[in-house]
Design a protein around this ligand. Structure first.
Ligand code: 5RP
Length: 230
């Protein structure tokens, strides 16, 4: 079974979490794309839901799938967030931000009553930051200072470039840059999250510790449900 099928399985499991009349934070990324499509089908069958986006990508997904959008600024309460992740460790700490939406994703997750993450089996790791970098969103004018400070914390930071359609750095939905920080494994994610956030110029760090309530893991033989021990 392909990784794409595993993503679809995880997304299907998360759709059952959405109750009628709820305000839902819609995450970002390819796994959430499957979820948004399935949610759109449920809405056509009569489910009522308002969607709070975490990025321009999730705005697009909502529009494409006929989901009613509500801006974050207009809500005081979010019932449920469904989002993806890049890595998940056994304590359900996560690395997020490959899609550069980490800042709004973390605000929406922090406001939500229940936080559900959908991943394929390849996202599970024993230790965060061994094979993938930790994304850190920084103010553009502070990026070199932040890079130097992050290097002293034991990683190799790289400025993320935009790629095919723009020269120069990638610019986030918030007008900032992303530093991809290569650690040889992160021993204490909670501590690192606090330490990186303290660097002047850092907007947000892609460590999501203690936020996931449930992670649905799509696998070849089904879906595993991992719940945070409180
Ligand atoms: C975006 C994210 C995504 O949720 C994360 O990168 C997972 O994406 P995908 O489902 O495409 O693997 O954190 O900032």
């Amino acid at each position: 079974m392909s990784v794409e099928e595993a993503k679809l399985r995880a997304a299907k499991a998360a759709v059952n979490e959405v109750s009628d009349g709820s305000i839902l934070g819609l995450g970002t990324g390819s796994t959430v794309e499957y979820f948004a499509k399935l949610l759109g089908e449920a809405v056509k069958r009569g489910l009522r839901v308002e969607v709070v986006p975490t990025s321009y990508h999730s705005v697009q997904m909502a529009i494409e799938n006929g989901l009613k959008l509500t801006p974050l600024e207009l809500v005081d309460h979010i019932d449920l967030v469904v989002d993806g992740a890049d890595e998940v460790d056994p304590s359900l700490n996560m690395i997020k931000g490959r899609g550069a939406a980490l800042a709004k994703e973390k605000v929406v997750a922090s406001m939500a009553e229940r936080r559900v993450y959908v991943v394929s089996y390849d996202k599970l790791v024993e230790k965060l930051g061994v094979s993938k970098p930790l994304p850190v969103e920084v103010l553009p004018f502070a990026y070199r200072y932040a890079m130097k400070t992050l290097s002293r914390m034991g990683c190799k930071p790289e400025l993320r470039m935009a790629g095919r359609f723009k020269d120069g750095p990638l610019v986030t939905d918030n007008g900032n840059f992303i530093l991809d920080c290569y650690f040889n494994g992160i021993d204490d994610p909670q501590r690192l999250e606090v330490e990186v956030k303290r660097i002047p110029g850092v907007v947000e760090v892609g460590l999501f510790c203690g936020l996931a309530d449930v992670v649905y893991v799509g696998k070849p033989d089904g879906v595993d449900v991992l719940r945070r021990v409180k």
